[in-house]
Design a protein. Structure first.
Length: 164
């Protein structure tokens, strides 16, 4: 079994926990909010294992990167994995509804299940679950909290600097 490495990354939206193997990123979690994660027992602190994710996150937060290109290895059910793959196809700066996401994965009646899969996304920002909103255009649940979701969407639309 490959060892799991982690590091804490200080971003304009707060501390983020990155975790994974030498081969792929498995987790990007906010340090606050309803789904904040902490390093597990046995994980090894090694910032060097995350050079490429950190460089790409720096470029994203600087407004210079719109599409991440990283090896990812999220753990989930086949349905969750399908939802998370489709999330990565939502263009930077755009939003879609849960219903639209359900249609895109070929299961238009599954908007509630899509919402649950979206909420279980272990790789925030890079797998952009923040780009999914309610059918009425309102912001709905987000592991980093609704304020964080709003800040990420504003960043991508150019409405506000993240540091404010």
């Amino acid at each position: 079994m490959n060892p799991i490495f982690y590091t804490n990354y200080q971003s304009p939206v707060g501390a983020l926990l990155l975790a994974g193997t030498q081969a792929a990123l498995e987790l990007l979690s906010f340090s606050t909010g309803p789904k904040a994660r902490q390093p597990a027992a046995g994980w090894r602190d090694d910032r060097n294992a995350f050079q490429s994710p950190i460089e790409q996150l720096d470029a994203y937060f600087a407004g210079e990167l719109k599409t991440f290109s990283l090896a990812l290895s999220p753990e989930g059910t086949p349905f969750q994995l399908a939802v998370w793959r489709e999330l990565q196809r939502i263009p930077y700066g755009e939003t879609i509804s849960y219903g639209e996401l359900a249609q895109r994965i070929g299961n238009p009646a599954a908007s509630r299940a899509v919402g649950l899969a979206n909420g279980a996304n272990p790789i925030a920002i890079i797998v952009p679950c923040h780009r999914v909103i309610g059918a009425n255009g309102r912001l709905t649940g987000f592991g980093g909290g609704l304020d964080m979701k709003r800040r990420l969407l504003e960043h991508e639309s150019g409405q506000q600097l993240l540091g404010r």
